[in-house]
Design a protein around this ligand. Structure first.
Ligand code: UD1
Length: 416
């Protein structure tokens, strides 16, 4: 198992290019199933979740050509409509093939995702939505088996805001007969990016980015080219790392307009932020101030940035409260941060962090993707060496993270 060895204490300085967004690339790759023409994608990040999704699509018969960040897909000859358990258990986003498969081929067999380190994460809303559109669904031997001659447009109200649920049903609705209205839909920028790609493929979608999305089904979709949007969570992660180390960095190829809440919190912590075109610069000349954070669906503070802010709060001046409202068990990083000397109390979905002057390096273990990023940030500020174990979580969703951090002056190396 690979580990990262980090020698803490260096400030991050310099420029870093932000990669394409993982959470946009994964649904957009699945959108390739909706047409028998070629879909050309640019700015696709190189990371394990993208590789896993490509492998899954290839197993179904999709032809995929990868050339750096360019991926060309052709789903002209799909002959297997299945996402097996071994794929879904490593990457829950594999559930995103469900909607496209039923919509285009009238059939899908997708493993139910099991539990997950950060919570139970059911997919009942995906299933209910497809049923409302006329799909017959049976759960057999741990698999969702869905069938429909042709899906029918429907009005679907989400009890809970679900990002991949919205994406799955939006994709399914593009080929349904009639109009589908998704209410209380997720407003995340990645939903909007997927809608842009689908519209380029000939889909009729209105309202993506608001809580009501209207999709008028069409008979077929065609090929298109689409460039994946920048990763707002990778952007936020580098900004927090720079702020925590008292550094000065510039992100390029990113977007500030989708990071409002995160940038505001960083300013509250004492950082100076400048935005120009696709760049964001951050300078932090002092010890950060502790900042309260409450996660909620977009445009509120993202749950995928909660752990990174927790890392910064551990060494901040003052105390902060972090409230997690999306996932019930997303504080796995707390135990590990405590091993570095952090002072954190947890009560239910609330963590209270008392900033300390210095963390001390130790051996720690990553438990999920964003928790891994939090531990890396903690390692960057801790005194001495921190070894982060189980970094396969990190490799799922960050492109070349240690190369990017090294280029910014961090002392970080991979131990194989
Ligand atoms: C997506 C993101 C993930 C992010 C999360 C919340 C991708 C690939 N992943 O995950 O990085 O942390 O949004 O912003 O885009 N829920 C149900 N029933 C359902 C679906 C969801 O109860 O059918 C619950 C979940 O357990 C969770 C909440 O709704 O408590 C939100 O989950 P959801 O938005 O669906 O997360 P994902 O789409 O899996």
């Amino acid at each position: 198992m690979q580990r990262l060895a980090i020698q803490g204490g260096n400030r991050l300085n310099g420029e870093v290019r932000i990669s394409g967004a993982k959470n946009a690339a994964l649904p957009i790759l699945c959108a390739g199933l909706l047409t028998d023409d070629a879909l050309q994608l640019g700015n696709v990040p190189e990371m394990n979740d993208v590789a896993t999704m490509c492998k899954l699509l290839q197993q179904m018969g999709v032809k995929i050509e990868v050339n750096g960040g360019q991926i060309a897909l052709s789903a002209a000859h799909v002959d297997k409509f299945e996402a097996p358990y071994d794929m879904v258990k490593t990457m829950r986003a594999a559930i995103l093939v469900l909607g496209p498969l039923v919509a285009r081929f009238g059939e899908a067999r997708v493993s139910l995702p099991g539990g997950c380190a950060i919570g139970s994460r059911p997919v009942d809303l995906h299933i209910k939505g497809l049923q409302a559109m006329g799909a017959e669904i049976h759960i057999e031997h741990g698999y969702i088996h869905a069938q429909a001659k042709r899906l029918k447009g429907a009005r679907i109200f989400f009890d809970l805001i679900s990002v991949t649920g919205t994406e799955n049903l939006m994709m399914a609705a593009t080929l349904a007969d009639g109009v589908t209205v998704l209410e209380n839909a997720a407003r995340e920028p990645e939903v909007v990016d997927l809608a842009h790609c689908l519209i380029a493929m000939g889909a009729r979608i209105e309202g993506a980015g608001s809580d009501t999305i209207t999709i008028t089904g069409v008979g077929r979709l065609h090929g298109a080219s689409h460039r994946i949007m920048p990763d707002r969570i990778e952007s936020g992660t580098f900004l927090v790392a720079a702020a925590a180390t008292g550094g000065s960095i510039t992100l390029t190829d990113t977007r500030a307009d989708i990071l409002d809440n995160v940038l505001e919190k960083l300013q509250e912590a004492g950082a100076t932020i400048q935005v120009a075109g696709g760049t964001i610069s951050l300078q932090m000349n002092k010890r950060p101030r502790a900042v309260n954070v409450r996660t909620a669906p977009y445009p509120a503070f993202p749950t995928d940035m909660q752990a990174q802010f927790m890392a910064m709060n551990t060494i901040a001046e003052g105390s902060a409260m972090v409230v997690e409202t999306i996932f019930e068990n997303r504080f796995m990083h707390v135990q590990e941060l405590r091993r570095l000397g952090a002072q954190i109390d947890v009560e239910g979905n609330t963590a209270v962090i008392k900033g300390c002057a210095q963390l001390e390096g130790a051996a720690i273990m990553a438990t999920d993707l964003r928790a891994s990023a939090c531990l890396v940030i903690a390692g960057l500020v801790a005194q001495g060496e921190t070894i982060v174990d189980r970094i396969y979580h990190l490799d799922r969703g960050y492109e070349h993270i240690e190369a990017k951090l090294s280029a910014l002056g961090a002392q970080i190396r991979r131990i194989k």
